[in-house]
Write a protein that binds this ligand. Sequence first.
Ligand SMILES: Nc1ncnc2c1ncn2[C@@H]1O[C@H](COP(=O)(O)OP(=O)(O)OP(=O)(O)O)[C@@H](O)[C@H]1O
Ligand SMILES: [Mg+2]
Length: 431
Amino acid sequence: MASEERATPRWLDFLWLLFLGCMAVLPPLKEVHKQLILALIGVFQFAEGPFVRFLAGRGLRSPVRESLAVIIKLALATQLLIHTSDLGINSSYYPIFYLPVTTAAMYFGPVGTLLWTLTASGAYCSYLIPALQGEFTLTTGAKGELGLRIVFFFLVGMIVNRFVMIYRRQTLGYQTLAENLSEANRNLEKAQAEARRAERLAALGQLSAGLAHEIRNPLGVIKGSAELLNHRLSGSDEISRELSGYIYTEVNRVGSLVSRFLDFARPTSLDLRPRALAPVIEKALKYLNGQGHASKVKISCDFSPGLPEVMIDEEMCEQVFYNLLLNACQAMGEQGGELKIRTYAGSSENLRKNGGRAVVTEVEDTGPGIPPEMREQVFNPFVTTRKSGVGLGLAIVAKIVDAHGGTVRVVDGNGPGACFRVALPCANDGD
Ligand SMILES: Nc1ncnc2c1ncn2[C@@H]1O[C@H](COP(=O)(O)OP(=O)(O)OP(=O)(O)O)[C@@H](O)[C@H]1O
Ligand SMILES: [Mg+2]
């Protein structure tokens, strides 16, 4: 396998140049072709990187472009031997074959290096053909010498390749480490920013809760006075009655807003007890019906039999289901629709705590549904699309469910309507 970048330190190129310079001043000194080939080898040694990149830019794939570089060096080495002795096989410049061999060792893996060393050895041995046709005889000593030279080609190729492979592995390891570190760094920065934001929000929450608390008392006085005023003006003119009516209803609205906000802002202290969930849901349903919110809604309950008890604060959970059911009825509006409530034993993915055993409740309606990009946001305080909504219903739901160690989210239902899935921890686990 060829590597993308040749694993060569640049200073090694200068060593090669020094090596080539030494060869240039050694005999045969006046052989022009030899000097020319050495110069070409030197030039290619420097131009090799840009050459391979140029081929890559032309769409030539690895390992073809690296193989081309090795072939060029192999051709130049072969030519050098022809021009440095009458018989190429006798040339003392045969170590020039280390150049293509080490180049292959730097580009390829062990198998590639072996194949290219075999090719270089073949190119070197090819000089035997013209030599044997002449007066050259391959004595036993010459055979041994030739064999030794070829063995050294392999030895050098494999040693260089081994170091290059270690170098590549280390580089890859450092790269992965650096990527992991920068990812961890990014996460840390994000977490710090989140923590700062949470701190600011907590301070803001405390401030607004304090403010709401202070507003509640004067509101009570205004409400009482408006009630009295309304009573007193019952016999007077219509405009006065209408205006005092406005004061009364608006003060009532602000009063309930403040109370709901305080409900949300108050720290939740739970009175946890093992309870069956179905009666809690039924109680919420009864309250909803009692208030006339579900008059045009067909409600169906599918409670799985034999469900384990859940560890809950009954009153708080009643509020959770009341808020969800009320939202569903409000979403379906005047024309009404269908409301399906299912409970079943949940799997670990539904819950973080208590070994993942949970009782899951799904509340699904046939209203307009919640767009995917809003599914997380609806749990934030003051997110509302309803004209008379405050945007605290689901924030309270999320807060209570979180305090129970459960989860609540919007999931895909069977139809286009909204489907809320609440998972509450079972009573007999992890306590
Ligand atoms: N069943 C549902 N179908 C469609 N949209 C829903 C449903 N439940 C909640 N939503 C959307 O989520 C928003 C937030 O709901 P949430 O209960 O927090 O506030 P609200 O109902 O608008 O006001 P309130 O504080 O009076 O409950 C709603 O305004 C509505 O847009
Ligand atoms: Mg609501």
